[in-house]
Structures are given as C-alpha cells and as structure tokens.
Design a protein around this ligand. Structure first.
Ligand code: ZN
Length: 209
C-alpha cells in the first residue's frame, strides 16, 4: 500500500514536472493573447529576408517602426515585409509587429532574422532575438500598443522559459536609438516593469492550473 502511494506520488511529480518544463518548440503557435488576435503570415522560405536555420532564443528585442504615417499598422507592415522579402538591398525581417488591436507574425520564433543591425554575431540580437516591432502610426493608440506588446512579451517569456531580464532594446545591439519614442520619453524601465508584472501573473496562473 505504501509502495503504491509512493508510486502515485512519484508519477504525479513526473507529470507536474512535464507540465511545467515545456519542451523547446519551433514556434509558440499563438493565435490569441487574451483578446488580441495574432495573424500568422510567414515570409516565404528561401527568401533573402528569411535566412533560415534554428537558433537558441535568448532575447526579446524591442523596436518601433518609426513610421508615423496614418495606416502604418501591423497589417501594413506585414504586407511590407512580405513584398520586400527579396529586395536587392536593405533586407529587413523580424518576428512580430504589434499595433493597438492586433499582432502580425512574420517568422517562426526559432529562426534568426535581420532587425538588430548586428549581422549574425554570436549572442547577438539577430541570431538570438525574437524581433518585435511596435507601431507608432498616426491614428493608432500608442498606449494600447504598449499594453499589447507587454502581453506578447510576457507570453513569449513563459513559452521559451526566459526571464524578464531577456528583454532588450534594439539599441543594446547596434546603438541605434530604437525603440525611439520609448527611449526618448524615458519609459524603457517602466515598460520592462510592466512586462515583468504580467509575466509573474502568467507564471502564477500556470502553476495553479
Ligand atoms: Zn529597431
């Protein structure tokens, strides 16, 4: 009887461990984050903007589009990135674009991309980061975009078993002032704190499942 109880408790422990320690995966496969839809439309394999290959995910690299035109939202950037995937020069690519009502997903999370301006440097932003662009377009609600980005980041930290200290600015890799509005308004720390708070909440919810 005692042996049976020990076996049951051992199996329960194993199952709990399996539930918490998720195996690595190619992509988080997000379709919604709370009420925010995530639309996936990948850059074609073999495109110049999609170098391919797998890497270890170490960072979430935050950017702003710096495109203040009306209508320059996540969908517009999804069209841009798909249309320019084989451009002759200035090849750019990243994983997610966030606006005030949706998220567009352009590359599997575990593939490198060209957003951090540091080539394929070891431990660099392109090689090891998930690139996340925040829209700053006229007519968009930047504060809501920030909240949506916080939620995406918290979710990705959980999915890839990262800590909030994995958050990086584009600036950290290449020196470019990006995310420009967030940096110039002195709100980077505030953003990181907000992500950490949401991450802790998600973590607590996962443990209580
Ligand atoms: Zn940037």
């Amino acid at each position: 009887m005692i042996l049976a109880l020990m076996l049951v408790s051992f199996l329960a422990g194993v199952l709990t461990h399996m539930a918490l320690a998720r195996p690595p995966k190619a992509d988080a496969g997000l379709t919604y984050i709370e009420e925010i839809p995530v639309y996936t439309d990948y850059i074609a394999e073999g495109s110049r903007a999609r170098p391919g290959g797998q890497r270890e995910i170490k960072y979430l690299v935050i950017h702003e589009t710096d495109n203040f035109s009306e209508g320059a939202d996540a969908k517009a950037h999804s069209s841009f990135i798909l249309q320019n995937a084989n451009a002759e020069e200035n090849i750019v690519s990243w994983h997610y674009t966030v606006d005030d009502r949706q998220i567009c997903h352009h590359l599997p999370d575990d593939e490198p991309a060209y957003h951090a301006g540091d080539g394929m440097e070891k431990n660099g932003g392109n090689l090891n980061g998930i690139g996340i662009e925040m829209c700053v377009n006229e007519g968009g609600n930047y504060e809501q975009t920030l909240i949506n980005t916080e939620k995406l980041c918290a979710r990705l930290l959980i999915e890839y078993d990262l800590k909030p200290k994995a958050l990086r600015k584009h600036q950290d890799f290449s020196g470019k002032e990006c995310p420009a509005k967030l940096i110039s308004s002195g709100r980077w720390e505030e953003f990181c704190d907000a992500v950490e708070k949401r991450y802790e909440e998600l973590l607590a919810a996962e443990k209580n499942k």
